[in-house]
Design a protein around this ligand. Sequence first.
Ligand SMILES: [Mn+2]
Length: 424
Amino acid sequence: MRLEKYQIEEHNAKLAQQHKRKFEFLAQDVQGVEEIIQKLIKFQIAIPSWALGTGGTRFGRFSGGGEPRNLEEKMGDIGLLHQLNQSSGAISLHIPWDIPENAAATKALAAQYGIKFDAVNSNTFQDQPNQQHSYKFGSLHHVDKAVRKQAIEHNIEVIRQGVELGSDSLTVWLADGSSFPGQLNFRKAFNNTLESLQEIYAALPDNWKVFVEYKAFEPNFYSMSVGDWGQSLLYANKLGSKAYTLVDLGHHLPNANIEQIVSLLLNEGKLGGFHFNDSKYGDDDLTTGSIKPYQLFLIFNELVEGMDAKGMDHATGLGWMIDASHNIKDPLEDLLQSVEAIMMAYTQALMVDKKALEQARQENDVVRCQEILQNAFRTDVRAIVAEARLRSNAALNPVQLYRDLKVREKLVGERGLKTVATGL
Ligand SMILES: [Mn+2]
């Protein structure tokens, strides 16, 4: 479903006065507010094709109704999100959950919605019907060369699909690992993984990148073949200049200093992409910014600092994507909240007085360093983010408009109550 322009305008008109008052009050105290707004307008966050339906846990799944039934409807949902916030202008496809039957038609539909194709994702963590070899004991690291070959060929096929859609990067996340001591020869598993990745790397077009995503645990619980940023960086360095590490916020052990990881990877020129979510315990797939907003801000602070140090464009220098699963919320409302949280953390990071911070560091003035960071973090920047949306013809309050227009009820009417998004 599409929103009519007047529906957004009427919503904005209702909130205009209150917004103007808040924005003008805030803007007086924010240096370079115009520059910040321009950066926010450019910043786009990709929505993965698997995040539009209700996820689930191994204990069960509770459908919310009106879920997209195919790739076209998934793109429709992202088009809708993008109309509401003008910050969700990209889709990341998961293959084989979403294989475009006609690439030209899929591309044309995406163009209608104003969305681009972000990184394509391969899947060797589950078996597909009619698949010759099982991935039960791994894919790219498998002890049997025939299984590795099948997984390599799948990744090359995903690249081929991505080329047709105009994507320019492949994300490889491996479930490979072991659940019990003694199950795996770590050295051989590493070398097999590397050799397999090298074959995939050789199939990359010149302008493509490959992102090696790591994860500390799950589905394997003793070792993972790409378990942390060190292992991922080893692979990326050995593969070559088109290979990068991908950081997923939920893929660390508790209390990991993710902002430091981000800073060092950027310094090495090896940070390629970013997956947003939030967690309390592990890979919890919760709404970005719902549990640890200060951590998200500190990560963005390092991202902005590190990208500026390298002269990178914030909007295009890295792959930005939400990677979460929605179990009890309406997925579209959850995604709107996630994008809002990301934009707020980015805004606060842009507001940090970097000169003063560097000066305080030089003087070892630890108290002042904290004051400077928290001055930015404790500022309520919602009116700045809303102003960026207003100038992009998006909604001042996307979640409110989504509810006022009864979007979910309409989607249930169109698609039915018992639909299940592919892949979940
Ligand atoms: Mn991820």
